[in-house]
Design a protein around this ligand. Structure first.
Ligand SMILES: [Zn+2]
Ligand SMILES: [Zn+2]
Length: 332
């Protein structure tokens, strides 16, 4: 179950082996932030990890992608947490109905809040469910999407597009903010003491502040450019794409490829082998070779396959071989 980190500082774990329910848990070790892409069966994941995740991104509401929601609910129920769950149109009703499936007469003092964000092409609709209010749906709000982005945090941003899976299925890309680290030995050379200004400098660099803007340190203004040149080690953040349950057709590819271009890691479904390509087309899923083709066309650096159909249960290695016929980078 435990896998070697592919992309430090991110720890990325499949929720299940490739023939099991889909989904990944991602944990950013610098910031302590965790998130889920989809919620298949979660029983392999320790509660400690479930409690590290504040953001949940659901591609679509098929049961193998959402059944783990109950486990998240069970684990976080008596915690003062505010979960943010993003999904396709209809997700507010689906979560609302799941929450209505239990009695909540003994939990009025619990503080758990769940805000559900339904993402369509132009708008995001939101609704908050409070445990203290027996998870009755709160008032809905709706706002226009600022482009493809659906969430921006100091650590990462997430964009989404909807693809056709017979129903809408969201693909996600996570862009980590610039990685900024400081060289402590250089602080002494500048005769500066560490302080909150380092956080200010990091945030300024991550937000692309103008280079000659000054930061005040002990009453003196220092241009960001000079501080950055001397003190900072700046690396681009990682790009992680999550693509699942989509038909391999020109419309879907035209929407998907610009979103996931140059991903450091592409997490991609590969439900079928070539021998079942007709079944893949019929059920709006990918074959392993098509997943390889997507990785190739997106210029991904690494491809990780998941969501294998049990009909091929004795042919696990064949999935990787068929993906490698189209993609020359690492596949696992
Ligand atoms: Zn599906
Ligand atoms: Zn699925």
């Amino acid at each position: 179950m435990r896998e070697k980190p592919l992309l430090p500082p991110w720890n990325i774990e499949a929720l299940n082996p490739p023939f099991g329910d889909p989904g990944f848990f991602l944990y950013h070790s610098y910031s302590g932030r965790g998130l889920f892409f989809d919620l298949g069966d979660l029983h392999r994941l320790p509660p400690k990890k479930i409690l590290q995740a504040n953001h949940i991104f659901i591609s679509h509401g098929h049961i193998d992608h959402l059944i783990g929601f109950d486990m998240v609910l069970r684990t976080t129920l008596n915690r003062p947490r505010h979960l943010q769950l993003y999904g396709p149109p209809g997700i507010i009703e689906m979560i609302g109905h799941k929450l209505l499936g239990y009695h909540w007469n003994l939990t009025a003092h619990y503080e758990l809040l769940i805000t559900v964000h339904a993402v369509d092409e132009l708008f995001i609709e939101r609704c908050t469910f409070a445990c203290a209010d027996k998870f009755h749906p709160g008032r809905r709000s709706r706002e226009k999407r600022p482009g493809a982005a659906i969430l921006t945090t100091p650590t990462f941003s997430v964009k989404a597009v909807d693809l056709n899976h017979g129903i809408p299925s969201l693909a996600f890309v996570l862009d980590e903010t610039l990685q900024v680290n400081f060289r402590p030995e250089k602080l002494q050379r500048l005769n500066l003491k560490p302080g909150p200004w380092l956080t200010q400098l990091r945030l300024a660099l991550q937000s692309g502040a103008v280079a000659d803007t000054c930061i005040e340190i002990a009453g003196t203004g220092y241009p960001i450019r000079d501080l950055a040149e001397t003190l900072a080690i700046i690396k681009p953040g990682r790009r992680i794409a999550y693509v699942t349950d989509m038909g391999f057709n020109p419309e879907n590819l035209a929407r998907l490829l610009p979103l996931i271009a140059d991903a450091d890691l592409l997490l991609c479904e590969a439900a079928f082998l070539d021998t079942a390509a007709d079944k893949a087309a019929e059920s709006h899923h990918l074959t392993a070779a098509q997943a390889g083709e997507i990785a190739h066309q997106a210029r991904a650096k690494h491809l990780k396959l998941f969501h294998f159909s049990p009909r091929h249960h004795d042919l696990k290695e064949e999935f990787y071989l068929q993906a490698r016929t189209r993609f020359s980078g690492p596949v696992n």
